[in-house]
Structure formats: structure tokens, C-alpha cells
Design a protein. Structure first.
Length: 375
């Protein structure tokens, strides 16, 4: 008997396999196709030749934890304790899984805001807890009226994602006020804030739970070096949480992975001394603008993109197909792989939108737009 009878092959795997099968341009999965910073690669090569190949401390390389604390202070004016409030994880996904497993008990409820990334639901189900899926508004802002109605004394956690995948929407100060009010009403509620695209925002600056002292004692924040440094295959992320929550998370983490790749941690530790992390937004804004200009030659209607490296596009003006069928046809007939939006919803809601990843080199984006213009 399966513990996850309704969980099958993810849409990301399905579209990646189709992209490979049909030799399509893959704008589906969220990973860059351009080179990693040569400086970072040199640092990896340097540390690979050193005798640092055994287990690191369970929480992470101490000097890296200290640099994350300094980065958090520079970015958000928040002071965190590097020895008790930070944990290096095997990617953001492991951090999310460990957090939910540590915090959520059987029969408790977890609020998930749809469209949502697919790694949120599974650990909730494995806790024998109940995921409560609430759709965002049509413009992908939180529907606070629906959220307030859904939360009750049995609700243990609300999972937020800002900047938001797949829409690229970022939260406003109003949203954080609402979240603070929600926690005031329900003293047992905690927040799991997925902020892996925190340094990839454009016209408006990213607002974080780190900016909200009222949230700190009841919030776990998830970050990703993989997203920030274009090294998604390294699977290195980190959590920041108050000690009383982090102590419980570490209990799970130590039996999932114990510690994270030593070479990657040493290399990132060095890289943080020189990388211009605050330029990441302008770097990806140029890619967003380049892709949007190319897409003007197609029939698609592009939705606003405020952050992340994803662009939603509507095809409602020229096709009545379901988004999965439409996405598959783009692969087979036009050689471009994307992600349909409906799998991000519990009910498979159809909005006739698909998601493009523009974290690609200009040649790839140009050729993809050329093919899409033939629709």
C-alpha cells in the first residue's frame, strides 16, 4: 500500500523527459544554462585538492554560518545567532521537508497557497497531517479573507512563497501586516517562508519575513545558494529560525543527511567574500526584459513578473486547449518545453497559462521565441 497514492511523476520530470525526447529547447525546469562564475569553479577546484572530504559539523561549516549571519544583517538589518539559528541544508527542498517533519504532527493542518511548488504537500502527507490548499487571487496576491477563514486552532503552519514560483509575484507591506495579525490571532501558528528567489527581484525591492521582528520567533525562512549562485545541482541551501524551532528541525536534519557536501560549503564560504550578490536582480532583469521583448513577436500575453526567473504567459486569446495538452504540443510541434500552471493547483485549476524559465543564455531565448512566433 502506497503512503503517497496520489503522488506520481512530477510535471517537471515529465516536461524535461519530453524536452529530451524531442530535442526541444527546455524552458521548463528552473535552472540556468549559462556558465557558473569561473571564480567559483576555481574555488571548488582548490578545495577539492585539500583534505576536507569528511563530515562537517551537522549544522554546517562554522565560518559559513557566520558569513550567512553577516549577509542576513547586511540584507535585512536582522541579527541572527550563527551557532543556534542557522542550518545548512541539502538544498531548499530538504530544508522544507525537515521543517515540516519536525513541526507538524498527525491530524494538524498546513495552509498552502496555490499555485504552489510541489515539494510542500508531500512532507505534510507523510506527517499524516492535512494540507489545506487555498488559491491566491487572480493577480497572485494572497487572498487574506480566505486564509483567515481557513485557519483554526488545529492549523500548525502556513507556507508562504515570496518571490513566488510560478507567478513571479512579490509580497507587499500590506501582506506582512496581515500575516502578523494572523499570528496574533492564532498563537500556535508558525510560518514556513520559502524565499529562495530573495535576491532576484526587479523594479520593487524584496520584502522578507526578516524585515518583520514580530514574525521572527515563529518563522522558519528558507534560502538557496543554488538559486542565488546558479549552482542548482549543488543542492545547498539554508534555514534561519529561532533556536526553539531550529533545535527540533536539527533533530530531523541529522537523520536525513546529517551534514551537507563539504567541498561546496568551503567554496561558498570563500565566494561570499567577493560575490556581488546584490547585482543578481539587475542581471536577471536584463534577461527578463530581453525575453519579454522577444515574446512581443508571438501571440502570447505576458503577465507581470516582479521577481524570480519565471515568466507566466497566457494563450487564452488563441487556444482553448487545456494547459497540459497545449504544453505538450509546444514540445512536439514547435520544439519548446514549458510548464503548465494547472499542476500547481490542488484542483488542477485551468487558467490557460504556462510558465517559461528565462534563466538561459540569449541564444537559447532567441531561438525559443523564434519557434514560438510560428504558433
Amino acid at each position: 500500500m502506497s503512503k503517497l497514492p496520489h503522488i506520481g511523476t512530477s510535471i517537471f520530470t515529465t516536461m524535461a523527459q519530453m524536452a529530451h525526447q524531442y530535442q526541444a529547447i527546455n524552458l521548463s525546469q528552473g535552472f540556468p544554462n549559462f556558465p557558473v562564475d569561473s571564480q567559483l569553479k576555481k574555488m571548488v577546484a582548490h578545495w577539492a585538492s585539500k583534505e576536507i572530504h569528511q563530515y562537517l559539523p551537522m549544522a554546517g561549516l562554522p565560518s559559513l554560518l557566520e558569513k550567512i549571519a553577516r549577509l542576513t544583517e547586511r540584507s535585512y538589518a536582522r541579527t541572527v545567532n550563527s551557532t543556534t539559528e542557522i542550518l545548512i541544508t541539502a538544498g531548499a527542498t530538504e530544508g522544507i521537508f525537515a521543517s515540516i517533519q519536525a513541526m507538524v504532527k498527525q491530524n494538524e493542518e498546513v495552509i498552502i497557497l496555490d499555485p504552489s511548488y510541489d515539494c510542500y504537500v508531500t512532507p505534510v502527507l507523510l506527517c499524516n497531517a492535512k494540507p489545506v490548499r487555498i488559491s491566491l487571487n487572480n493577480n497572485f496576491t494572497p487572498d487574506w479573507e480566505q486564509i483567515y477563514q481557513a485557519v483554526n486552532v488545529n492549523t500548525k503552519m502556513i507556507i508562504t512563497n515570496n518571490p513566488h514560483n510560478p507567478s513571479g509575484k512579490i509580497w507587499t507591506a500590506f501582506d506582512f501586516v496581515q500575516l502578523e495579525n494572523l499570528l496574533d490571532l492564532f498563537p500556535n501558528l508558525i510560518v514556513l517562508s520559502d524565499e529562495v528567489y530573495e535576491y532576484i527581484t526587479f523594479e520593487n525591492k524584496h520584502l522578507s519575513v526578516h524585515h518583520c521582528p514580530k514574525l521572527w520567533e515563529r518563522t522558519i525562512c528558507v534560502s538557496s545558494f543554488g538559486k542565488s549562485f546558479h549552482v542548482t545541482g549543488w543542492k545547498v541551501g539554508y534555514l534561519i529560525a529561532p533556536e526553539h524551532l531550529m533545535t527540533e528541525i536539527k533533530k530531523v536534519h541529522q537523520f536525513l543527511v546529517f551534514s551537507v557536501n563539504s567541498i561546496a560549503q568551503y567554496a561558498i564560504n570563500d565566494y561570499l567574500d567577493s560575490v556581488a550578490i546584490y547585482s543578481l536582480g539587475s542581471f536577471y532583469q536584463q534577461k527578463r526584459d530581453f525575453f519579454q521583448n522577444l515574446m512581443q513577436e508571438t501571440k502570447f500575453d505576458l503577465l507581470p513578473c516582479e521577481g524570480t526567473y519565471f515568466q507566466l504567459a497566457s494563450y487564452a486569446s488563441f487556444s482553448e486547449e487545456k494547459d497540459l495538452d497545449f504544453s505538450k504540443r509546444l514540445v512536439t510541434d514547435f520544439g519548446v518545453a514549458t510548464i503548465p500552471l494547472s499542476p500547481f493547483y490542488a484542483d488542477g485549476s485551468e487558467s490557460k497559462c504556462i510558465r517559461f524559465c528565462f534563466a538561459k543564455d540569449e541564444a537559447t531565448l532567441t531561438e525559443a521565441a523564434k519557434r514560438l512566433s510560428k504558433l
